[in-house]
Design a protein around this ligand. Structure first.
Ligand code: UDP
Length: 325
C-alpha cells in the first residue's frame, strides 16, 4: 500500500513509518517539523514538509501520489498545554484533521488510521479500561481526539471511509535508529533518563499521596514497537470495517517501579524528590486491550519494562542531545 503518514517525523509516526517500509509498503511523510525531526524520517520514505492547515499543499500531496491509506499522527499532544491553549487543540487539531479527512475523501481514499489517546477516559468506572468505557475526555487535548473519532464515524457513514481509532496508553521505548525527542520533554521515562545522563539534577515525582500501593501514579507502558504492529494490523483489517481499539499491556507500573528499573538499567542513582500533584492526573490508567487481541491476534511482545527502558536508554545515551536539531 502507499500510505500517507502525517506526523511521520514525530516519535510514534516515525516508528510506524519505519515498520511500514520494513513490511514493503510505500510511505509518504507529511510533517511541518514543528515537533518532528527530519532525521527521524526513514530514508526510504518520501518526505513532504507541509502543514495540515495548508489545504493546497495537502491536495498537492494527494494529487502527486496515488495514496491508498492515511495514518494521522500530526497533532498537538500535550495535555497540560491544552489547558493553557485550548484553541490550539479544539480548533487546530480538529480543523487540521478535518482538512485531511476532506482531502482524503476527495481523492477516494477509503482507509484512515487515527492516533488517539487514553485521555478520553477521565475517572474511569472500571479498570482495566476497555472500549466499552464511557468517554469523558480529561482535557481539551482529549476532547480534540474525541471529536476526531466522532468525525471519522461520519466519514464512514457518509462516504464509506473505513477508520481505525487507536487509543494509546503510555507509549515508550525506541527502535534503533529511531528515538524519542520532544521539546520540551514532559514524559516520565525520557525525563528519568535525562537525570541519568546528568542533564537534570533529579526527577520530580508528581505526588505520592494517590490511592496506589506506593502512593505514586500507575500507568500502562507500551513499547512503541508494539504500537507500530497494532497500527499495521489495524490498517490491513480496514477493508473488513471500521474499528476502535485501546492499546496497552493490561499491566500497570508506578512511578517508583519505573524508577527502580531505570536505576538498575542505567546504574545511576537517579535522585527523585516528591512534588505537587500534576493537575488532571488520574491515579491509575491501565488498558484493556482484549478486543484487538481477539479480532486481530495482536499481543504486546516488546513491552517488558526492562526492555522498554533498556531500548530507550540505548538511544538516549547515544543521542544525549536528541536528534540534535
Ligand atoms: N510524571 C512525574 N514526573 C515527571 C513526569 C511525569 O511524576 O517529571 C508522572 C506523571 O504525573 C504520570 C506519569 O509520570 O503519573 C506518566 O506521565 P507521562 O507524562 O509520561 O504520561 P501521561 O500518563 O501523562 O500520558
Amino acid at each position: 500500500m502507499r500510505v500517507l503518514v502525517t506526523g511521520g517525523a514525530g516519535y510514534i509516526g516515525s516508528h510506524v513509518s519505519a515498520e511500514l517500509i520494513r513490511q514493503g509498503d510505500d510511505v509518504i511523510v507529511y510533517d511541518n517539523l514543528y515537533q518532528g525531526h527530519a532525521a527521524a524520517v526513514d530514508p526510504q520514505a518520501i518526505f513532504v514538509q507541509g502543514d495540515l492547515a495548508d489545504r493546497a499543499a495537502l491536495r498537492a500531496v494527494f494529487e502527486t501520489h496515488d495514496i491508498d491509506a492515511v495514518m494521522h499522527f500530526a497533532s498537538y499532544t500535550l495535555v497540560g498545554e491544552s489547558w493553557e491553549k485550548p484553541f490550539l487543540y479544539l480548533r487546530d487539531n480538529v480543523v487540521n484533521g478535518l482538512n485531511l479527512m476532506e482531502t482524503a475523501v476527495k481523492y477516494g481514499v477509503k482507509r484512515f488510521v487515527l492516533s488517539s489517546t487514553a485521555n478520553l477516559f477521565d475517572n474511569p468506572e472500571r479498570m482495566p479500561i476497555d472500549e466499552t468505557e464511557r468517554i469523558v475526555p480529561g482535557s481539551p487535548y482529549g476532547e480534540s481526539k474525541n471529536l476526531l473519532e466522532r468525525l471519522l464515524l461520519w466519514m464512514d457513514r457518509v462516504y464509506g471511509m473505513k477508520y481505525a481509532a487507536l487509543r494509546y496508553f503510555n507509549a515508550c521505548g525506541c527502535v534503533p535508529p529511531l528515538g524519542e525527542d520532544h521539546a520540551p520533554e514532559t514524559h516520565l521515562i525520557p525525563i528519568i533518563l535525562q537525570v541519568a545522563l546528568g542533564q537534570r539534577d533529579h526527577l520530580v515525582i508528581f505526588g505520592d499521596d494517590y490511592p496506589t500501593p506506593d502512593g505514586t501514579c500507575i500507568r500502562d507502558y507500551i513499547h512503541v514497537r508494539d504500537l507500530a504492529s497494532a497500527h499495521i494490523l489495524a490498517l490491513r483489517a480496514l477493508d473488513q470495517g471500521s474499528r476502535t481499539y485501546n492499546l496497552g499491556t493490561g499491566n500497570g507500573y508506578s512511578i517508583r517501579e519505573i524508577l527502580d528499573v531505570a536505576r538498575a538499567v542505567t546504574g545511576h542513582p537517579i535522585p527523585a524528590i516528591v512534588g505537587d500533584r500534576r493537575p488532571g492526573d488520574p491515579a491509575i490508567l491501565i488498558a484493556g486491550s482484549d478486543r484487538i487481541g481477539r479480532e486481530l491476534g495482536w499481543e504486546p511482545q516488546y513491552s517488558d519494562l526492562h526492555h522498554i527502558i533498556q531500548s530507550a536508554w540505548d538511544w538516549h545515551r547515544r543521542h544525549p542531545d536528541g536528534y540534535g536539531d
